[in-house]
Design a protein around this ligand. Structure first.
Ligand SMILES: *Cc1c(COP(=O)(O)O)cnc(C)c1O
Length: 354
């Protein structure tokens, strides 16, 4: 039975991508070699890396605007420290909207003063703080665009003269934004772009070179920019599968088309969460994420019945994160709207049953 995959990450990718990706394991580009056994210096792979970097910039509409795209390792978690290592001289401003922001703040504190401009911790990160000011002497401002665990998303980013740094791990390529407002964007591939193992970093080159500390080669963006993301052996296969996903996004009509479908999926599910008295949404309505919808049962005693219903319908990965409980439906780009309908049907079936 085909599963409806709502896993938060690693997560669903397009079926077409899986087909092509598995073919490349047996024979890459008709070379008689597997993609798993070729040199990262081979022309076949160098062109994969180049196309992936260019396509990422193209989809974000950042070509010829002073940006470089990199595919690095160590996950978004390494970016928590790399951003500060490369950009924090004295003071940085951070918006705390959840677990991932909190972790980014912890790492940044190793490098300088961190001002938490606002936090939604008072209500278990169920909303996005809106009014705050960014200190004039901050080296940069850091935020998390989509809070994967709590199901909130920043809809409007603050306008600031400071470099804007954003962790977009769980909503990159899911909605149109003016990406040129950002100076550094990073995203672990495994939420909306590819398999685990590589992290996309998009960086405006002119923000670099302003800190006085020495930076170890592997931690320095300048190193990776200078070597076109090939300073050390990149995550060859993860970059390749990310490229296939980026090609798929482009073929489907780019970010605009992704956003339209993502909004339809989100409207379908949130409408049922709001209509059905057996459920309640977790996140503040105006801050709801189309990527990760968090919701709970109004009465926990129905848990066993509901869990049985969605599991029998072939739904996977609907359990909420332990810090929120209840349910979390991750509806990344590749998830078809039919899968969302299956969850909605299960919610309505519960209503009929009890
Ligand atoms: C998953 C996630 C991370 C952590 O990513 P790793 O690649 O596991 O380090 C960071 N930020 C956000 C928003 C995430 O969703």
């Amino acid at each position: 039975m085909k599963k409806h995959n709502f896993s938060a990450g690693p997560c669903i990718l397009p079926q077409e991508v899986f087909k092509e990706a598995s073919q490349a394991i047996l024979d890459f580009n008709g070379s008689g070699l597997s993609i798993l056994e070729i040199s990262h210096r081979s022309s076949d792979f160098v062109s994969v890396m180049e196309e992936a970097r260019n396509l990422a910039l193209e989809l974000l509409d950042l070509q010829d605007k002073g940006y470089k795209a990199l595919f690095l390792q160590g996950g978004a978690s390494t970016q928590f420290l790399m951003t500060a290592y490369n950009l924090l001289e004295k003071k940085a401003a951070y918006l705390n909207t959840g677990t991932w922001s909190t972790k980014a703040i912890k790492e940044a504190k190793l490098f300088g003063e961190v001002v938490e401009v606002a936090s939604s911790k008072d209500k278990n990160f169920s909303y996005i703080p809106k009014s705050f000011s960014i200190p004039n002497d901050a080296d940069y401002f850091h935020c998390t665009s989509n809070n994967t665990i709590f199901g909130t998303q920043i809809k409007e980013f603050p306008s600031t003269s400071k470099p804007l740094v954003c962790d977009m791990s769980s909503d990159i390529f899911s909605r149109e934004l003016d990406f040129s407002k950002f100076d550094l964007i990073y995203a672990g591939a495994q939420k909306n772009m590819g398999p685990a193992g590589t992290t996309l970093v998009v960086i405006k080159e002119n923000i670099l070179g302003k800190v006085t500390r020495d930076i170890p080669s592997m931690m320095s963006y300048a190193t990776h920019i200078g070597k076109d993301s090939m300073f050390n052996t990149p995550a060859v296969y993860a970059v390749y599968v990310s490229l296939l996903t980026l090609r798929w996004i482009k073929a489907k009509g780019g970010i605009k088309a992704m956003e339209e479908l993502n909004n339809k999926k989100a409207e379908l599910l949130y409408a049922e969460i709001d209509r059905n008295p057996l459920f309640k949404g977790f996140a503040a309505k105006e801050d709801r994420s189309p990527m990760n919808a968090t919701f709970n049962l109004s009465d926990e005693s129905h848990k066993e019945t509901f869990d049985k219903l969605w599991k029998e319908a072939g739904v996977n990965g609907l359990n909420g994160h332990r810090s929120v409980g209840g349910y979390r439906a991750s509806m990344y780009n590749a998830l078809p709207i039919e899968s969302v309908q299956v969850v909605v049907d299960a919610m309505q079936e519960l209503e009929r049953k009890i």
